[in-house]
Design a protein around this ligand. Structure first.
Ligand SMILES: Nc1ncnc2c1ncn2[C@@H]1O[C@H](COP(=O)(O)OP(=O)(O)O)[C@@H](O)[C@H]1O
Ligand SMILES: [Mg+2]
Length: 334
């Protein structure tokens, strides 16, 4: 869907020049979640931002759905940008507009929609990202995860075919990260949208990406299916990322049936050992339970455990079943 050939970019500032992208060649298949990983300063943002020409490469070709975009005129560029949504690390919401107002904004800019069309679309988007109840709130009243959900809804407003995410979860805590990644996965499945995300965290790539490319000092040094790249890293930059990311507690999200997956955090204190309980509850509710993340430890001399589970089914019944067995339950939402 996206084909980059011999892409190069040099910044010149204050007599210095920085070679940010060096002869990038990359194919990004349609409908996938494609990760670009690298350390800070590697060139990730420059690469991502060249996909909608927020950053213009000095040379090279960018074809999206067969169309060369580097030669588009102003009208072509505006049309292109409506087909590409973008999500930012620091959300970039309009602080004087409420949630609905932020989501409505790109539709107003695009023009050609009636008020009723816009409201219907905004309602649909807020429903999709789970923010219907927050529609009148202002960004300052939202949590980080909720802000990013607004950012995602806004990015989807003009029904793009491609979503670019620039460190979309880097400002969020691990649990909120999980719920936002789950949302991106749902959107990829439901809408068949291609997602390109850049990150410095292997856990993010491991959680939701199909393929990954490793960028180091402006060059792609390795790319392929995520498991292949991370299990058999060839380049030293990849080895470093794998070594640093090995212990990050972010799970791989279930790739099937994700649209109805609820995330629950279970906390066990003292004697309760969780495996029989999980199996028991799974059987009682006749729904598979996926253990996504777990840790055990001690609070002083009392053993405790925490699990995050993915569960396709009635969360209220699940909560009751766990609580009846002495387990504390919390549903994770952004
Ligand atoms: N507008 C700019 N002017 C000058 N140098 C820049 C500019 N944007 C990025 N750079 C430099 O280009 C390199 C790549 O930056 P960037 O693409 O932001 O990397 P990453 O997103 O991986 O951190 C860095 O050395 C950065 O300092
Ligand atoms: Mg960056």
């Amino acid at each position: 869907m996206i084909a980059l050939q011999h892409l190069s970019k040099t910044y010149r500032a204050e007599g210095r020049s920085v070679h940010a992208l060096r002869d990038i060649n990359l194919q990004i298949p349609q409908g996938q979640i494609f990760g670009i990983i690298g350390r800070s300063g590697a060139g990730k943002s420059s690469l991502l931002r060249s996909l909608n020409l927020l950053e213009r490469p000095d040379s090279g070709s960018i074809r999206i759905a067969g169309e060369e975009i580097t030669t588009l005129d102003a009208a072509g560029l505006r049309a292109l940008r409506r087909r590409i949504g973008m999500v930012f690390q620091h959300f970039n919401l309009l602080s004087h507009r409420n949630v609905a107002g932020n989501v409505r904004f790109p539709l107003e800019l695009a023009g050609g929609h009636t008020k009723a069309d816009i409201e219907a679309r905004v309602n649909e988007l807020l429903e999709l990202v789970g923010l219907t109840e927050q529609r009148e709130q202002f960004p300052s009243q939202l949590s980080g995860g909720q802000k990013q959900r607004v950012g995602i809804a806004r990015a989807l407003a003009t029904q793009p075919q491609l979503l670019l995410c620039d460190e979309a979860t880097s400002a969020l805590d691990p649990e909120t990260t999980l719920t936002v990644l789950q949302l991106l996965l749902d959107i990829n499945r439901r809408l068949g949208l291609t997602i390109v995300l850049i990150t410095h965290e292997m856990a993010v790539v491991r959680a939701i990406c199909d393929r990954v490319a490793v960028i180091d000092d402006g060059a792609i040094v390795e790319s392929g299916p995520v498991a292949e790249v991370f299990l058999h890293p060839r380049h030293h930059a990849t080895r470093r990322i794998v070594a640093e990311g090995a212990y990050t507690p972010l799970p791989t999200l279930g790739k099937q049936g994700a649209t109805s997956t609820r995330l629950l955090r279970l906390t066990f204190l003292d004697g309760a050992t969780y495996e029989p309980i999980i199996a028991d509850v799974g059987q009682q509710l006749d729904a598979p339970i996926n253990i996504l993340q777990g840790s055990i430890g001690r609070i002083k001399d009392r053993p405790y455990g925490q699990l995050i589970i993915g569960f396709d089914g009635n969360a209220v019944r699940a909560r009751r079943a766990f609580e009846a067995r002495g387990v504390h339950v919390e549903e994770l939402t952004a």
